[in-house]
Design a protein around this ligand. Structure first.
Ligand code: SF4
Ligand code: SF4
Length: 374
């Protein structure tokens, strides 16, 4: 790189991208690869890599990589119920817009609910401190956001503050996807941000158990292409290893401090993911020591109403299948018509990391300048 060159631009070099694509094609591998990160989907669609990769014999499908999408309707309803009962709910913008049987959390503001859109758990705690009111933070996300939640709970949160914990671990859901045997994939592109926290090791059992190659990738176009080249090479050579393309951020052992914070505050429990049955040891529950901040314990009586409730998901929405990699957004009959970013029917069209939102924004129609598309 010449002095002053932007590292980001280096990772978007068209000539290099073409060379890697030629390399992938030259390997002569035909495969379906799954990624589990909304930002990877964004890179693939935004930079028009999808048709180029298909031309090389590689199809990339999305998995359960968007935290907003995999949070179940029951979890959103728990937040809605607490809001109805006078608590202030604080969460990220996308989570507030996911539609349930009674509308989204934001819609329910019209019924007198108090919801605050925040950028971090710290903002949510600050609201509790400033107003002296009961504030419940809807804590979603994977190992990437869980250390932030843990560190706040370890640093003396304000009176009246609690969290509705919906954090999840990524490796168990990968095991579940392959174990269900519903989707036939030949490799995983593993998420960069999650991997900066967990490192390389937690993925290794998946390669040994299923004989499947995995590559941890960064988020620039050349990162994704290089990772796919590495995967295609493993497939051609009949290897099944975990390789790390994102060495500039991911260490083998991960981020020990963040992992310790997660471990101090949370313990693994079995939870369902949207579109999945119970996934063993994939949920993070607050340890007993932190139950004073656990909204499910603090408001146990109020939330008991929801336990027996049958919570249905929109029967026409195919988000569950999109999240399991068995359907693509365009397979959903509502895609781009009844469901679009202005009027999302399912979470995959709400979240900027959702597969449907990304396909709507950058899919073939959008690139051709379709005025109907954002
Ligand atoms: S938090 Fe980071 S790694 Fe996880 S899905 Fe979002 S962008 Fe990907
Ligand atoms: S198009 Fe809308 S309704 Fe269909 S799967 Fe995607 S988000 Fe769900």
């Amino acid at each position: 790189m010449s002095a002053g060159a932007q590292p980001q631009l280096r990772f978007r070099d068209r000539g290099l991208a073409e060379k890697i694509l030629e390399g992938i094609k030259g390997l002569g591998v035909k495969a379906t690869i799954m990624h589990v990160c909304g930002t990877h989907q964004d890179t693939i669609m935004r930079f028009g890599l999808d048709p180029l990769l298909r031309g090389c014999g590689i199809r990339v499908v999305s998995g359960p990589g968007c935290p907003v999408c995999v949070t179940t309707q029951r979890e959103y309803e728990e937040a809605g119920l607490l809001m109805e009962r006078g608590k202030i709910i604080a969460t990220f913008g996308d989570a507030a817009r996911v539609r349930g049987p009674r509308g989204s959390l934001l819609d329910r503001r019209a019924e007198g609910g108090d919801i605050r859109v925040v950028y971090s758990i710290r903002d949510a705690a600050e609201i509790a401190r400033r107003l002296g009111r009961e504030v419940v933070f809807l804590a979603i996300g994977f190992e990437t956001t869980a250390p932030g939640t843990a560190s706040l709970l370890l640093s003396d949160p304000p009176e009246g503050f609690s969290i509705l914990c919906c954090h999840r671990y990524i490796p168990p859901v990968l095991d579940a996807i392959l174990g269900m045997g519903e989707v036939r994939i030949q490799g995983f592109i593993q998420p960069g941000h999650v991997s900066t926290i967990i490192g390389v090791k937690p993925y290794e059992f998946i390669s040994s158990k299923y004989g499947i190659p995995q590559v941890i990738a960064g988020f620039e176009p050349l990162d994704v292409l290089a990772a796919i080249y590495m995967l295609a090479k493993q497939i051609r050579d009949g290897r099944a290893e975990v390789e790390n393309e994102y060495t500039r951020a991911v260490r083998y052992e991960g981020n020990q401090k963040a992992l310790e914070a997660i471990d101090q505050v949370f313990e693994p429990i079995d939870v369902p993911w949207r579109g999945f049955p119970l996934v063993p040891k994939s949920g993070m529950a607050l340890r007993e020591k932190f139950e004073a901040y656990d909204a499910r314990k603090v408001y146990e009586d109020e939330l008991s109403d929801i336990v027996a409730l049958e919570i249905s998901e929109d029967p026409n929405c195919r988000c569950g299948e999109v999240l399991r990699g068995v359907a693509e957004p365009e397979d959903c009959p509502l895609f781009g018509t009844a469901c679009n970013p202005a009027h999302p029917r399912g979470p995959c069209m709400v979240s900027i990391e959702g597969a449907c939102f990304i396909s709507y924004r950058y899919g073939p129609g959008a690139r051709a300048g379709d005025p109907q598309k954002a």
